[in-house]
Design a protein around this ligand. Sequence first.
Ligand code: FES
Length: 280
Amino acid sequence: MNDRMLCPPECPIVPGYRAWDVPVGYVRKLAPAPTPSAPAVPPGGEGDVDETRRNVLKLVAVGGIIAAAGGGLVGGTLQYVSKPPLVGLSSYPKVQLMDLDGTALTATKVMNEYNVTTPSVLTFQYPLTNEPNFLINLAPPSGGSGGATNVVGGVGPQQSIVAFSAICQHLGCPAPAICFYPPGTCGQSFGKLDFYIHCSCHGSTYDVTNGAANLTGPAVIPLPQVVLEWDQSDDSLYATNMNGAAVNGHLNTLQGGYGVGATAQLSKQSPVIDCSFPSA
Ligand code: FES
């Protein structure tokens, strides 16, 4: 087995299993860490739970209890058990971005505080609270070189500020297992491009200068890009829409969670870096 194909701890698939070890509809629960009194459960043992089968049994059991009670709530209750209420939004909201300290994020702040060499993983939620997105400034540091300006979907004075879904379009590894690799993080480059978003779960790489187009698989579709708006009257930044396919894990980017409200604040994480992937 290629060790690189093992999921890191941040991967939603259990460490020790490869993506293709887990059939569709079969969810392996995270087994507890082995302790002297509780030895690890081997794959296929009691620690592996078929969630689909368990949910069907739950539904049958609940339905039986309600039917036995002879209440008139059977239909409605069963409907709730099998199909939870849909939550989400009917359209994309205009959401103001806030800095790490809770103050309004401005393009000037982004240009001064963040650039293509910034190693931290900066994310904000949009349009739902369970949909994280990267905020990346691809411009070089002041007086420096490298990076990129005037990129696809870029805003700010150098059109270098971009935002993409921080959930991998392969099997849904979230940040920081998927994160931005500043120039020189690894030896790999794609033409002249030595900075990109890379997912350490299974090796997908995305072009941040070109709408997160795929550079390496196994992902075959780009990360959805957040449509940013720069209000030059007060220098503020807004998320206004999402381009591309639905965010991974959502049939529709607007459904399956709760809206973020009027503002979305940046948060910061340390990256998870894995340089064992091929160049183009
Ligand atoms: S989840 Fe598989 S490459 Fe990202």
